[in-house]
Write a protein that binds this ligand. Structure first.
Ligand code: NAP
Length: 308
């Protein structure tokens, strides 16, 4: 399979020069596949190579035309690649960087899509050899689905892609990765890795933790009550179940690798929750209403920013 041609439409057929002749995706799930499809759609890439551990993942990526070649061997995947995208759970990134470092071509750009940035920078950057460039990144886009079959080219449309380049990252490499994200529909922002982790702890990691906890509480209920929760789930609970259906390995790695920021935000959240509890117990409707009015304004702001 590795050398055969997939149903993928090669962008080489197009007359415009491509941005990257050869792009290797280490991990070809929701994010990697969506990037590959979007890059193909925009004619940014010549050949796409997918690397994944399971034959089923590789076959799906090949059969769906996401990748031209698929392999389980990291060295084969990155050999000759102009761009290497690490798109696996963040806990694997350091070990992957160590293996691929010996096989990167001079001038290659390595980027990632991990939902945590400081831990990824610490794990990956030391392995990037002189002459190659590491541009850490994170697209703020996703669904609760996993695997290459979940990928779609429009995923990044009007979403943010945050880049957290290091002081030593080549500005030219950063600019090229930023251009790639813009061409596949995203808006690009730059941040310090630790600042990214604090922002994401609030906007993404804490909400996931709350959803996992609420749905976990429901799943621990006894028989009849549990059935009724599922039957009458249309109110708020259903939305939590969607978030809590997200990939367990990916989210395990996010919490283990963004421990400090998540624990800090969780502490503040716990204090606010206790305040709510007190207002309810005391019958303090004024405080409850004021608090709910404030949060309603946040929702309006998100809609106005077209991020709803
Ligand atoms: P996914 O759909 O579960 O895909 C993960 C991919 O990595 C699969 O192709 C998997 O295939 C492969 N893989 C796992 N471990 C591997 C290893 N050690 N070596 C090679 N391949 C490996 O996950 P995803 O949603 O695309 O997430 C990927 C990354 O994007 C994560 O770091 C996540 O934090 C980040 N991210 C996710 C979202 C989201 O909403 N999902 C949003 C933004 C960023 P095999 O199992 O066959 O190896």
């Amino acid at each position: 399979m590795a050398k055969a041609k997939s149903k993928a439409k090669s962008s080489k057929a197009k007359s415009k020069p491509v941005m990257f002749e050869r792009v290797a995706f280490i991990g070809i799930g929701l994010i990697g596949a969506s990037m590959a499809l979007a890059m193909r759609r925009e004619g940014l890439v010549g050949t796409v190579i997918a690397c994944a551990r399971r034959p089923k993942t590789r076959k799906t990526a090949f059969d769906l035309g996401i990748a031209d070649e698929a392999t389980k061997d990291y060295a084969t995947a990155v050999a000759g690649a102009d761009l290497v995208v690490i798109a696996t759970p963040v806990g694997t990134n350091g070990a992957i960087a160590k293996i691929i470092s010996k096989h990167l071509k001079p001038g290659a750009i390595v980027t990632d899509v991990g939902s945590v940035k400081q831990a990824v920078v610490d794990a990956v950057a030391p392995h990037i050899p002189k002459g190659a460039h590491f541009v850490p990144g994170h697209p703020i886009a996703g669904t609760e689905h996993s695997g290459p079959e979940a990928g779609f080219a429009e995923l990044f449309q009007n979403r943010w892609a945050i880049l957290t380049p290091l002081p030593r990252t080549s500005p030219k490499a950063t600019a090229k990765v930023a251009e790639m994200w813009r061409k596949i529909g995203a808006n690009v922002a730059h941040m310090q890795p630790d600042h990214h982790d604090m922002v994401l702890a609030i906007t993404s990691h804490l909400p996931h933790l709350i959803a996992y906890t609420i749905v976990g509480t429901a799943s621990d209920l006894s028989g009849d009550l549990k059935q009724e929760v599922i039957k009458y789930s249309a109110s708020g609970f259903r939305d939590f179940t969607r978030i809590a259906a997200s990939d367990p390995v990916m989210w395990r790695d996010i919490f283990l690798n963004n421990k400090e920021a998540v624990l800090e935000i969780l502490q503040r959240f716990t204090e606010d929750l206790t305040a709510m509890q007190r207002s309810i117990r005391k019958g303090d409707g004024k405080t409850l209403e004021e608090s709910f009015a404030r949060t309603r304004a946040i929702r309006r702001g998100i809609i106005e920013a077209k991020q709803a």
